[in-house]
Write a protein that binds this ligand. Structure first.
Ligand code: GAR
Length: 201
């Protein structure tokens, strides 16, 4: 089985969805080896402990430089021979040193239809713009923010009475489906990257 490291900063519902799909045999060919967080208080760490999955915490403030912080995470991931790094609500931007250490090995989920609404508060950006459809995107991470090759997208309607919470909830439901689909494509079906496209090998 391929070894996954999940990186998260918050409640970890995407992590839980992936872990449950693996536990129930709906996602095969991979195991979550470790959950890594930059936040000691992340709810996702408790979810990992409850499932008997190793956890590691790398608070940014414990390191003098971004380089040292990333270096510690790179070393921990290399030590464990991780195959794929799964960003699931990891709310810090990873620099070139990190991204270039794991080429085509880092996936991220973003709560919009990329390339629209990159960065923070994507759901609020979508509401403020007034789009009628939004959704989520699972993509490879490159050194350009939220701009790597797209693996899976799911679309949801935006309702006229939506607020940030109701739209986020509708998108999150699709995130929980999309991430496992994307991992399956990459881990089990031999997708490779060519330019911005992702092709079957
Ligand atoms: C998810 O909606 C994810 O798409 C988003 O954070 C949330 C994490 O939820 N990520 C980003 O906005 C990345 N820029 P979770 O902790 O319950 O998985």
């Amino acid at each position: 089985d391929k070894k996954l490291a999940v990186l998260l900063s918050g409640r970890g519902s995407n992590f839980v969805a992936i872990a449950d799909n693996i536990a129930r045999g709906r996602l095969s060919g991979c195991r979550i080896n470790v959950v890594i967080s930059d936040k000691m208080s992340a709810g996702g760490l408790d979810e990992a402990r409850q499932r008997g999955i190793d956890t590691l915490v790398f608070p940014r403030k414990n390191y003098d430089t971004k380089q040292a912080w990333e270096g510690a995470m790179i070393a921990a991931i290399e030590d464990r021979s991780i195959d794929y790094i799964i960003l699931a609500g990891f709310m810090r931007i990873l620099g070139d040193a990190f991204v270039e250490s794991f080429p085509q090995r880092i996936l991220n989920i973003h709560p919009s239809l990329l390339p629209s609404f990159i960065g923070l508060d994507a759901q609020r950006q979508a509401l403020e713009y007034g789009v009628r459809y939004s959704g989520c995107t699972v993509h490879f991470v490159t050194s350009d923010l939220d701009a790597g090759p797209i693996i899976v997208q799911k679309v949801v309607p935006v309702h006229s009475d939506d607020d940030e919470e109701s739209l986020s909830r509708r998108i999150l439901e699709q995130e929980h489906i999309a991430y496992s689909e994307a991992i399956d494509l990459i881990v089990n079906r031999g997708f490779i990257i060519q330019g911005r496209r992702v092709e079957l090998q």
